[in-house]
Design a protein around this ligand. Structure first.
Ligand SMILES: [Zn+2]
Length: 286
């Protein structure tokens, strides 16, 4: 472990330098002496924090590498192929049930939440990918996005700019600094928070750019789900080195409140254990 790659600022927050080592991204504990978890793979070290129990990758790739080498779109197709091959009968059963539940109850849970909780105005989609969420937003919202992958951000940019918004290509910490305080009516983080190496810092910056009382919705894989406990290493939520934080309902709630957000909704249906994902609605309390 190279501790020289870690720089501390006055608040005790860290800045990732070369991506080789980080403290627990939730509670800042140093888990360097802890044995890697059985979920570690190749050179990627997974640890379970001795203090807060968050499961995370201790040596995430640097942002510069994420942009090109490990860009999400390059690994996702490979993962999808493997997933189909390895799927167990139990997993297939759960997936079919989830599919029918979605069709019967909620076709698009994220968009339902947006329409219910978001006031009209500019909306920031942090980790917007190719703009899949933006393209589903009602016309009363002006979409803005941040995306680390160049290829995906180009696509998202077309969608955002056609509706008066814009897309920043780069990491979220830099991207959020390009917006003024209290600029956004709402924020989205969908399939993003599991990728972010500096989750506390990003949440604090989101709080800064959100208007008073403005909501934030998060959709993220649930490490505490039934499928992970059954399929273990074969769980679809494990992606190396793309996923660097493995949130449970408990650790997700902790980081949200720790960074100054107020939880608006996180009920049993938002974190139902048969789903691989969970949804949390928070807001700027000020
Ligand atoms: Zn911790």
């Amino acid at each position: 472990m190279n501790h020289k790659d870690l720089e501390m600022d006055r608040q005790g927050d860290y800045i990732i330098n070369k991506g080789s080592y980080r403290l627990c991204p939730l509670c800042n504990a140093d888990n360097a002496s802890l044995k890697p978890s059985a979920y570690s793979k190749d050179q990627w070290i997974i640890k379970k924090c001795k203090r807060c129990k968050l499961v995370y990758m201790e040596n995430p790739p640097a942002y510069e590498d994420l942009e090109e080498i490990y860009a999400w779109e390059k690994t996702s197709s490979k993962v999808a192929e493997e997933k189909v091959k390895k799927e167990s009968a139990l997993r297939r059963g759960v997936r079919v049930l989830e599919h029918y539940k979605d069709r019967l109850i909620r076709r698009d849970k994220l968009i339902d939440i947006v329409n219910k909780y978001f006031p009209p105005g500019p909306v920031i989609d942090v980790g917007c990918g190719g703009g899949q969420v933006m393209s589903r937003l009602d016309k009363k919202y002006t979409p803005f996005g941040i995306e680390v992958s160049r290829q995906l951000s180009d696509n998202a940019r077309k969608i955002a700019e056609s509706r008066g918004g814009r897309v920043f290509c780069g990491n979220a910490l830099l991207g959020l600094d390009t917006f003024e305080k209290d600029f956004f009516a709402a924020a989205i983080m969908s399939a993003y928070f599991e990728h972010e190496a500096a989750p506390r810092e990003v949440l604090k910056k989101i709080l800064h750019v959100l208007k008073p009382r403005a909501p934030l919705v998060i959709k993220v894989p649930n490490y505490g789900c039934l499928n992970r406990t059954v399929t273990q290493k074969k769980w679809c939520g494990f992606r190396y080195p793309d996923h660097v934080n493995y949130w449970t309902p408990k650790t997700l709630k902790q980081i949200i409140t720790y960074t100054g957000f107020e939880i608006v909704r996180f009920n049993i249906w938002d974190r139902f254990p048969t789903s691989d994902n969970m949804w949390l609605i928070a807001r700027n309390p000020h």
